[in-house]
Design a protein around this ligand. Structure first.
Ligand code: SAM
Ligand code: SF4
Length: 320
């Protein structure tokens, strides 16, 4: 379905939990208010929403959170969504800590790709930024993903004074392992409201001195707004998600479902539509809410202009 700006909406990000086994300082440093299980949308209802979404031309689904792998049965959900007629892709975003143990069942379920978040290659700094994670477990998760042959990408959020000295190391990591490493500009969401991100303009400039052969890579790597660069003859690439300085809203193709059953038309604004009442009805009622959300998608995010309107919740609650 097209929104009122003519954008084709074909992608839905689904947060299956607000909870997480890490406490990333820019995301949920103090954890989250516990939400009772009853308020978290069931897998059955998520599948019904996806069926309704598929009827509107949404064919790609991303499972996220919080940390999706802390919710039991994530692979079963992947399998159910994959079996919906019209579904083209089901992918997962994870911190990777528990990935190795889930990889086989996720692949069996038909998972198409995995994004693994990793903000530093240094074990001590990893412990600092996540406040509890073990980098060895994430590396085991990355290895298991690569071994399985599934499409694997690394997400890194550069932050001034924390990991901005590791950009080249991440590029080596990408080309050594033959995977995509994407740098995501820090957005002023939740605990990152006063965070110090690094512009992707600076990132690419820093990389060019070590990797003068870097050239834009126009092949399609995923469903999002990343712009990719590669080195001829080498596997792996560098992706830039310029969420702040490069407004890419005109090609926005997505809506979000939060773990408490709200449809969010745009990451930036607090507005969301409660889809739970429609779940008491049939697929037409669910589809109506999705249509309403798509129709109400704003033209552009407001991160750069109007901090007063920005959603104050963390990415883990919005469903990053
Ligand atoms: N727990 C999973 C993970 O870390 O990949 C999935 C959810 S997490 C919210 C999804 C992504 O959002 C992660 O790559 C994380 O680094 C990123 N993220 C969180 N807060 C952010 C912010 N303020 N700006 C940009 N990216 C952010
Ligand atoms: Fe958890 Fe992901 Fe947020 Fe880190 S970024 S606290 S792993 S939800």
């Amino acid at each position: 379905m097209k929104d009122k700006f003519g954008r084709s909406i074909e992608y839905m990000r689904i947060s299956i939990t607000d909870r997480c086994n890490l406490r990333c300082r820019y995301c949920m440093p103090h954890g989250i208010e516990k939400v009772e299980h009853a308020r978290i949308i069931s897998y059955e209802d998520i599948v019904r929403i996806c069926e309704a979404a598929a009827g509107l031309g949404i064919t790609k689904f991303k499972i996220t959170g919080g940390e999706p792998l802390v919710r039991i049965g994530c692979s079963d959900l992947v399998k159910s969504i994959k079996s919906i007629p019209g579904t083209e892709q089901v992918t997962l975003t994870t911190n990777g800590v528990e990935l190795a143990g889930h990889m086989a069942s996720l692949v069996d379920a038909g998972l198409d790709a995995v994004n693994i978040s990793l903000d530093t290659l240094d074990a001590e700094k990893y412990g600092y930024i996540t406040q509890r994670g073990s980098i060895d477990k994430v590396m085991a998760g990355i290895d298991s993903a690569l071994l399985s042959g599934i499409k694997t990408k690394i997400n890194c959020v550069p932050q001034r004074g924390f990991n901005d000295d590791e950009i080249k190391d991440f590029a080596h990591f990408a080309f050594d392992r033959g995977i995509d490493v994407r740098f995501i500009e820090l957005m002023p969401i939740g605990s990152a409201i006063d965070g110090k991100g690094v512009s992707n303009i600076e990132i690419i400039d820093a990389l060019r001195s070590d990797f003068p052969e870097l050239t834009p890579d126009d092949s399609i790597h995923g469903n999002g707004p990343a712009v990719y660069y590669g080195i001829p003859g080498l596997k792996g690439s560098i992706g830039l998600i310029s969420a702040m300085h490069g407004v890419f809203c005109e090609s926005c193709n997505r809506i979000r479902l939060t773990s408490q059953g709200y449809i969010k038309p745009c990451l930036c604004y607090e507005e969301s539509i409660d889809i739970k009442p429609a779940l008491a009805g049939d697929i037409t009622d669910i589809r109506k809410i999705l249509e309403e959300a798509i129709t109400s998608k704003p033209g552009q995010h407001c991160f750069n202009e109007d901090p007063g309107q920005t959603d104050r919740r963390s990415m883990s609650q919005i469903g990053g």
